[in-house]
Design a protein around this ligand. Sequence first.
Ligand code: NAI
Length: 520
Amino acid sequence: MHKFTKFKKPVSRPFSPLIHGLSPRFVLKSANQITAVLRVSCKQRSRVPSAKIKPQMTYDVVIIGSGPGGYSAAVRAGQYGLKTALIEKQTRLGGTCLLVGCIPTKTLLHTADVWDHFKTPGSLGISCTNPQLNYPQVLDKKNKIVNKHSKGIDFLMRKNKVDVIKGTAKLLGGGKIEVTGVQGAQTIEAKNIILASGSEARMIPGLQPDADLILTNIELLETTAVPPRLGIIGAGAVGVEFASIFHRFGSKVTVLEMLPRLVPVEDEEISKELEKHFKKIGIRCETGAKAENIRRNQSTVSVTVTLANGNKEEMEFDKLLIAVGRKPNTDSVGLENTRAALDRGFVKVDGNQQTAEPGLYAIGDVVLGTPQLAHVATAEGMIAVAHIAGKPAKPINRNRIPGATYTDPGIGSVGLTEAQARAQGYQVKVGKFPFVGNSKATILDKHEGFVKVVADEKFGEILGVHIIGPEGFELIAEAVAAMEAEATVDTMINTIHAHPTIYEAVGEAFNGVYGQSINI
Ligand code: NAI
């Protein structure tokens, strides 16, 4: 039996679709016509207008949140021919990743990479007189990219016949959702709902961010000038990426991390290498540090820091970024009206992303037990929609999720760290190859870092791969594919790597498991 039939809702109200911004003469009678009007209206306006909810219509799937999890799930649902709606409370589609996360930060990181070359062009034999960084133009470029991609999602929604409903969604239970938008509150019905409401920056208790001094990623991305002194609390992906950006733009950056190392979720050697490089280029890194008594002054922020050695130091910054993790947006989405179970604010799901409420799925940053990463949200969305459509889907395997931290040097990782593999009782063999032995890295003048393969001695199983170095976040792709295909270390040794490439270093590290790297 098709699973949709289980959640059929009674038809209760007359069908009266309206499109925001269009006159009542455009009132239509079918979802196809709605889509047609959306197409017409989108030629007139730069954004997809919110489809006025069709009260009598029961959607096959309604998705709450248009981040990479939500919008990708909407596209896939459209591809499967499901009647789909996407609800978003922001004016633009794209969620944290596109609007204030992955895409704007990677745009700035790319500019920082290019700027780095201009600072020392002589090493490349290029003479360049008095290069200038025009920061307002840097921001303008970032904003253009974000807008372009947001419009791209508008297009994808139209292409896949997804109704976009602008407003704030609240679950009412039993497949009903209340959406409050500029035109008031309306209720829609869905056979299946996918909650993809994402997360927001956590704050240190008692502290409120502002637009000027104590910032989250959102405000720091909008700040109109490079801060001379930037303090960063938290050395997870957010903290170290912003450190890498603003150090290269000229800020004096201090990173304060309470745990004993930077990027604590990574393999310990990766953390050490990043800290070594950060310190070498002049980023102050204080690990094992306790930041207390954060005070706003007239135009600066003061922090009392207890350093790892027990000494107290007063630090003063022009801006302070709080990057201490993200909390799931599950407080006000109406989960209390459902049977979905929560754990510390995260939603519990099964291998198909189903919650305990029939027909309610959760994906992305709200989900318990998977990392808060854009690509995880997307993968979880694919699983949820496949399950809704009765198609085969493979549950997420936590050990096959790539981690990618876009610092310089870049970090890419997948699977178990060496410490985790040992703790799980494997007979661990490690192969390690430094980029100093890689000719393309020499050409790029990027010799920092290494590739580390963690393998099981018994069968040559690849347990994890950890990279820090040039394009480490790109190089990890090979290892992820190898692990997904259940390739062994031997398979990877027999895989021919093109020369000269930086990914040769990955092949060399696999050879290193048997002590047979060539170029070192
Ligand atoms: P996080 O949880 O990854 O790191 C937060 C860090 O702050 C931890 O190392 C923690 O020990 C430290 N911390 C917490 N309280 C502190 C305090 N009072 N004083 C000093 N240090 C403190 O969180 P982050 O970096 O904010 O990222 C949030 C999420 O977004 C993560 O899941 C991350 O993976 C994801 N993300 C991923 C990116 C990527 O894949 N490139 C980029 C940005 C974020």
